[in-house]
Ligand binder design. Structure first.
Ligand code: ADP
Ligand code: AMP
Length: 211
């Protein structure tokens, strides 16, 4: 199954994608993770895209498209998280899938208010050991170091200024994609302001599981 999760930063795309991966055995392709991995490796490309990441700005389309494409054809089943983020990327995705005779099966749009999202992101922590995301209140990192040793750190772009920039960009460029996928009849919207397990239940229903 080929699934896209769209939603503003902090809506829980990564959190819910992890649940779907477990249930469906699909590959999680998170373009934000690809960007952070490239930056961490200190490659020439990583240095070029770091400034966009840290300011909360979108990496230029041609770069992010080239970074994402190989992962689409490598795997039969995937959950795409953080891509596409604008019309040009959605078109590039359609073309890349046409080339391999495939299509997107379902788009899940997570919805929550900006106010909730700013609060959530300030509590987000990421494990340096596993890359897994936690929340200091809603999904605390494990104390058992065997499961995930951490350390659990804040992302460089989870500053208030970068969060605001990312939310503005989401409303301007990404949110209109809901209409694009709605017209294709593959969009399901989910209220992501509820607690994590309740959102997961709705997400699983949206892909025909847990009914
Ligand atoms: P995204 O990938 O959409 O940016 P994340 O999955 O990283 O969002 O979630 C952002 C933060 O909010 C994380 O710290 C996560 O643990 C927490 N979180 C995710 N979903 C919920 C929820 N439904 N209620 C409360 N906190 C949540
Ligand atoms: P995320 O983890 O999805 O919040 O992404 C972190 C950062 O990576 C974003 O703020 C952008 O700088 C960059 N990024 C991730 N996905 C994309 C994309 N599809 N288009 C452009 N930039 C992206």
């Amino acid at each position: 199954m080929r699934i896209i999760i769209i939603g503003p930063q902090g809506a829980g795309k990564g959190t819910q994608a992890a649940e779907l991966v477990e249930k469906l055995g699909a590959e999680h392709i998170a373009t934000g993770d690809l960007v952070r991995a490239e930056i961490k490796q200190g490659t020439e490309l990583g240095q070029k895209i770091q400034e966009y990441n840290d300011k909360g700005e979108l990496v230029p389309d041609e770069i992010i498209i080239e970074m994402t494409k190989p992962h689409l054809s490598e795997n039969e089943s995937w959950i795409l998280d953080g891509f596409p983020r604008n019309q040009a990327q959605a078109k590039a995705l359609d073309e890349a899938l046409e080339d391999i005779n495939e299509k997107v099966d379902r788009v899940i749009a997570l919805e929550a208010s900006d106010e909730d999202l700013v609060k959530r992101l300030s509590g987000r922590r990421q494990s340096e050991a596993t890359g897994k995301t936690y929340h200091i209140e809603h999904d605390p990192p494990p104390e058992d170091s065997e499961e995930d040793a951490g350390p659990f750190v804040q992302r460089d772009d989870d500053t208030e200024e970068a969060i605001r920039t990312r939310l503005d960009t989401y409303h301007e460029q990404t949110e209109p994609l809901k209409e694009y996928y709605g017209e294709q009849g593959i969009l399901v919207t989910v209220d992501a302001s509820k607690p994590i397990p309740e959102v997961t239940e709705e997400v699983l229903k949206a892909v025909g599981e847990n009914e």
